[in-house]
Design a binder for this molecule. Structure first.
Ligand code: IDP
Length: 165
């Protein structure tokens, strides 16, 4: 029993989710999405943000030079978005699964229940972001919430197993 509890605790993670500007433009959709998220994850932090070009370019630095980079930065600076720190068992992979793959039109065929299938518009304007690994999540959470208590405590806030959300 002690072993299985330890295993559950070890899988507890925090990931970064973004509700991108196209979604933020529709308050009813934001409410619906956040309600679904709240049923699946513990929301540790929530912040509405508007990036400068330089901030968007820094966040997406790994994509510099890709053909879609300019469109991506333009999109992410087109209006405010919401950043969420989501915690739960295997939150990184769970949120990626809930969100679905990059391309909404493809997801409508392959994974119609996913959030990107239901809300996403185009390959660029796909409504959501999710960290792709635990290491990326740490870096991205620091980028978005580095000045908050999360920075110091997020690894130590695991509630008891079965206490979700
Ligand atoms: P991900 O967000 O599904 O992890 P990434 O490859 O990390 O996908 O790309 C970051 C973001 O850049 C995507 O969410 C999307 O907004 C945009 N993007 C990625 N690939 C394309 C593309 O082929 N065309 C247009 N936009 C793209």
């Amino acid at each position: 029993r002690a072993t299985s509890l330890r295993r559950v605790r070890a899988q507890w993670e925090t990931t970064l989710a973004l509700l991108k500007p196209d979604l933020l433009a529709d308050a009813a959709r934001v409410r619906a999405v956040e309600q679904e998220i709240g049923q699946q994850f513990r929301v540790q932090e929530r912040r509405q943000i508007a990036w400068t070009r330089a901030q968007a370019e820094a966040f997406y630095a790994e994509h510099q030079g890709r053909p879609f980079f300019g469109r991506l930065v333009g999109y992410m600076t087109s209006g405010p978005f919401v950043a969420l720190a989501l915690a739960g068992p295997q939150a990184v992979s769970q949120w990626r699964k809930t969100m679905g793959g990059t391309r909404p039109v493809q997801m409508r065929v392959r994974n119609p229940a996913s959030l990107r299938a239901r809300f996403g518009l185009t390959d660029t304007r796909n409504s959501f972001h999710g960290s792709d690994s635990a290491e990326t999540a740490r870096r991205e959470l620091a980028f978005l919430f580095g000045d908050s208590k999360l920075d110091r405590n997020w690894e130590h806030t695991s509630p008891q197993a079965g206490n979700l959300p």
